[in-house]
Design a protein around this ligand. Sequence first.
Ligand code: IPM
Ligand code: MG
Length: 366
Amino acid sequence: MATHSLFLLPGDGIGTEIMVEVEKLIAWTNAEGLTDFSTDSGLAGGAAYDAHGVAITDEDVAKAKAADAVIFGAVGGPKWDNVPYEHRPEAALLRLRKELAVFANLRPAICYPALASASSLKKELVEGLDILIVRELTGGVYFGEPKTITDLGNGQKRAIDTQVYETYEIDRIARVAFDLARTRGGKVHSADKKNVMKSGVLWDEVVRNVAKDYADVELHHILADNAAMQLVRTPKQFDVMVTDNLFGDILSDVAAMLTGSLGMLPSASLGAPDPVTGKRKAFYEPVHGSAPDIAGKGIANPIAMIASFAMALRYSFNMIELATQVENAISAVLSDGLRTGDIAQDNCKTVGTEEMGAAILAKLKR
Ligand code: IPM
Ligand code: MG
């Protein structure tokens, strides 16, 4: 039996194309004896809906729970715009996050030196950028009840989403952020809207309490709207930013674009350590979506997907050296001037998904 099990869910659109490049990487690290992964794969999103009429089957959810790590591509596309709301592709993602209880979503935004001029911001603002967004992933308005649309019978309808957080949910995500800040720049910004939201008031109160256990880490409070503004104004002031599910969704897209393209950003979603084994449930996915407009053309950027696999090596399997080698390989091919279409630049060579994946693998082989 293999030492570690991976469950692959490529999903829809470019998800299937970029996952192939990760599979090649896994085959190579296994063949070299660097890893001993078994892999199994399933269907998620529209692919699962077409095959089974649901966004993900119970069997695949069970396999995801049993695996040491889940590697996820992307879901969704116009083809499934009209499927019942509970079966829409995104439901697979939300169900997996909830059932795996992966409450801590780490979204690093690193600006590779070779891409500093690909950002929509001035080069000096983003060069050397290294931000980590720690997004709460299993609570807040994404999951709060009631979540309804009611017909008021007078030609009007009322829609309700519920933003709800309890102390323990804020406490545990704050600890993840402070622990990570200790290994980095030693600074945490906590973003909320305590000026208008009760959940923000509690968020801030709990984060401040947690901070007392981390005297060595600097804590700054920031309102979420100001955080969005500061991210595009002087992004390098940030080290770790901790925030709730919805603000984290929005702020991480902003942070992503600072690095040149959404196609560059990996993420890791981690659960609490098991009290007996110490193992955390873990889910790795690129921040970008299924990009239906370019799907099937072989031109998608596989870097966020490959970097998500590197995060799995780092956070699930403690293979820090190998993770760093993968990340360095990505950096090296960019320095060599290889680009996919989304990060195309003058004087650089534009390549497809396969060629980019192969170039990264070739760097590792050296
Ligand atoms: C993300 C995505 C998802 C989210 C969607 C696809 C449900 O935007 O992971 O950032 O909103 O969490
Ligand atoms: Mg998002």
